[in-house]
Design a protein around this ligand. Structure first.
Ligand code: AMP
Ligand code: ZN
Length: 693
């Protein structure tokens, strides 16, 4: 995660920097929302996520004029996952503001006091309840019968999960006692800690995906397209709130909770009524110490104004009620011994150090491994094998090593020597300047990377081999049928091997053979892209193809460029759009004899076509009429015109209704004005260049 921003205090920022940061945060938070809500697999810890949200809030408070349309503060979660029907909530399902310290809590109670203009003598009563770490759900009853159940979604529209919810015992199909005609009960779907452990054990024995924590397990189980799967998962539910109701639920939240229980719901206990900030804090402190004993995960305490009329007066601010706040618990920690540091090689070749721990319970879950992130992190924290360490789990995917307990260090524990070779393939693992990660240079011969490289090789923008998807590649690779790109072409000769495999029939093999045949001749830029050299995306591949023209020429130039003093090297880095970093990656690829061998092998099956200009490139400006006006700063007017024409565009000197694109530089006058009158698309020079390269 980019933490650069998080360091400057908000009050020291100028408005441009703040705007840039808000744009960054909007993107970053949305990304994490999607990972968390839509894919049920978060990639950062809750603490880090909260920090991003808090930063966003702080910035918006300081720069209210910069609040973005797509600001995360206007949105409580992620949008609904495809495949479920959408239901609009009768009343939005909101989020909660957070408190992290006692002074945050004090501020909250003061704010409520002030808002209600209560006299000093008035007693403000709060209900304090465990904040259950699951996912929120709204269940609608009409005349006591369950009508539908909807997830929070983005707060206003959620997913219809009624069929799945019907399999949850804690959610009654029919209400007991007397109840309002229309009643929406809201609360939390969760999985108990012991059920979570059992489920993961079961998943593991079936070779299925295991879940990072009970919350993800609950989310993944509820949002199944097949209700039978949900029925198999031990989901539970607590009711603690409501949406639309046709009658009042009482005078206080406490009273409403009694009703909710009487209608047949489980309540998130233990809850307490508190009459002062001190009482809230002492309830919080007690719950924090009892947290591990509870059968379900909680990530804090929610304080809510008890009187419902006061709740109404307090109302909402942006996405959260003014009458409630979540007081979050700090991450759960434990002390244990770090037995060994092992190195994992990811699919992109990154070496990640992993701490193998003496198993310990952190927040009710057994932890035996934790991530150490990278080499620098190990050195910064001076983590050594045999050390006692503090491990933290914050609802995260992977527990982390926070620090070493230095007082317990034994003299025999030596600093960790990070390997400079890949444990999977034995090839050198190198670290580029400025990068935190050390990467294996084994490329296609490294088993850790091979699968990903092969998938890339056959993908649409690369060789585009139809009939060979990602899962095929995985299983074929696992069973040793393919190891290198050329093996993919050899599949055509292994008809019988394929036929004996599940999922392959005469027809699918014929299709595969067909597409392999078609791909025996491939454009140079596709071929270069397909090699999967780091940092060589489609655009760079095209630059290479265009510049060197023929495969043989490119290869010999890249081999020669190994010598940084050579003309070949200078020529490479002089290509507009190829920096020294990209050049290094390409040179390194060719410096590896394994890669040369793989290329030779491929050469027996593929013919790589020489680069042909316009034909090969589906130009976005082909057949468009373009007008240049004003001063062009990076390319001259005549070069711009020539390039546009090469790409199939018609260049015209005057603006009319037939004009498609106007590229306007500084000093553009009447042509620009005319273009604007006609509502034409006007691009800056930079935008134009982005469009055509
Ligand atoms: P957050 O997702 O951190 O914004 O917190 C808000 C969410 O906390 C709500 O949408 C609920 O799903 C959840 N939550 C868990 N326990 C409670 C509770 N006792 N009262 C209100 N919300 C709760
Ligand atoms: Zn390797």
């Amino acid at each position: 995660m980019n933490r650069l921003f998080v360091q400057t205090p908000v009050r020291d920022l100028d408005s441009d920097t703040a705007a840039a940061e808000l744009a960054f945060l909007a993107q970053e938070i949305t990304k994490h929302d999607i990972a968390y809500h839509q894919n049920d697999s978060p990639t950062i810890s809750d603490d880090d996520y909260d920090a991003l949200r808090r930063r966003n809030d702080d910035l918006e408070a300081q720069f209210p004029e910069l609040v973005r349309e797509d600001s995360p503060s206007k949105n409580v979660g992620a949008t609904v996952r495809e495949g479920f029907c959408k239901i609009t909530h009768s009343r939005p399902m909101l989020s909660l503001g957070n408190a992290f310290s006692e002074s945050d809590v004090q501020e909250f109670t003061d704010r409520v006091f002030r808002f209600l203009t209560l006299a000093k003598s008035e007693v403000l009563e709060f209900a304090a309840e465990p904040k259950v770490d699951g996912l929120s759900l709204s269940v609608r009853y009409e005349k006591g019968r369950l009508l539908h159940a909807v997830t929070r979604g983005d707060g206003s529209v959620g997913e219809d999960v009624t069929r799945n919810v019907e399999t949850i015992d804690d959610i009654p199909q029919k209400l007991s006692g007397s109840f309002p005609d229309i009643l929406e009960i809201r609360g939390e779907v969760y999985m108990s800690k012991p059920d979570f452990v059992d489920l993961n054990a079961r998943q593991k024995s079936l070779g299925e995906k295991t879940f990072a924590n009970p919350r993800n397990a609950a989310a993944g189980s509820l949002r199944q397209h097949n209700p039978n799967i949900t029925a198999d998962r031990p989901l539970r539910f607590f009711g603690y709130a409501w949406g639309e109701v046709s009658e009042k639920l009482g005078e206080t939240l406490w009273e409403a909770r009694t009703h909710i229980g009487a209608w047949g719901f489980k309540l998130n206990e233990p809850a307490a009524l508190c009459h002062s900030t001190e009482a809230l804090i002492s309830y919080y402190t007690e719950m924090k110490s009892r947290r591990a004993e509870l059968s379900f995960d909680i990530d804090g305490i929610v304080y809510k104004v008890n009187r419902l009329d006061w709740q109404e007066r307090l109302g909402f601010v942006s996405r959260a009620p003014r009458w409630a706040i979540a007081h979050k618990f700090p991450a759960e920690r434990a002390e244990t011994r770090l037995n060994q540091i092992t190195i994992q090689v990811g699919r992109t070749g990154t070496l990640t150090p992993v701490a193998n721990l003496e198993p310990t319970i952190v927040g009710g879950v057994s932890v035996s491994r934790a991530t150490l992130h990278n080499e620098d992190e190990i050195h910064r924290k001076d983590i050594r094998e045999g050390d006692w360490v503090i491990v933290q789990r914050a609802g995260d995917v992977i527990p982390q090593v926070v620090e070493v307990v230095k007082t317990k260090r034994e003299a025999s524990n030596v600093p960790f020597d990070f390997p400079n070779f890949c444990p999977e393939c034995g090839r050198p693992a190198v670290r580029k300047g400025g990068e935190a990660a050390r990467r294996c240079t084994g490329g296609l011969v490294c088993p850790a990377q091979a699968v990903e490289r092969l998938k890339h090789f056959v993908s649409r923008d690369a060789l585009d081999i139809e009939g060979l998807g990602g899962t095929h590649i995985e299983t074929l690779w696992e069973d040793g049928l393919i190891g290198s790109p050329a093996d993919i072409f050899r599949l055509a000769e292994r008809r019988n091997d394929l036929l004996s495999r599940e999922g392959w029939g005469e027809k699918s093999i014929d299709n595969l053979a067909d597409s392999l045949r078609q791909r025996r001749s491939v454009e140079l830029q596709r071929f270069i892209f397909a090699l999967g050299i780091r940092q060589v995306g489609q655009a760079t591949a095209r630059l290479m193809a265009k510049h060197y023209g023929r495969l043989e020429q490119w290869i010999s130039a890249m081999v020669a460029a190994y010598d940084r003093e050579s003309g070949a090297y200078r020529e490479l880095v002089d290509i507009d759009g190829v920096g020294a970093g990209v050049a290094d990656e390409i040179i390194q690829f060719f410096a590896n004899p394994d890669n040369i061998r793989i290329l030779d092998d491929l050469g027996r099956y593929i013919e790589v076509e020489d680069f042909v200009y316009a034909e090969n490139f589906r130009s976005p400006v082909a057949d468009k009429t373009v007008v240049f006006t004003g001063k062009l700063e990076t390319i001259g007017r005549s070069e711009a015109k020539a390039r546009a024409e090469e790409l199939g565009a018609k260049v015209s000197g005057s603006v009319s209704k037939k004009t498609d694109i106007v590229v306007a530089g500084p000093g553009a006058g009447s042509k620009l004005q005319k273009a604007e009158e006609l509502g034409l698309s006007v691009l800056s020079e930079q935008e134009w260049l982005t469009l055509i390269t």
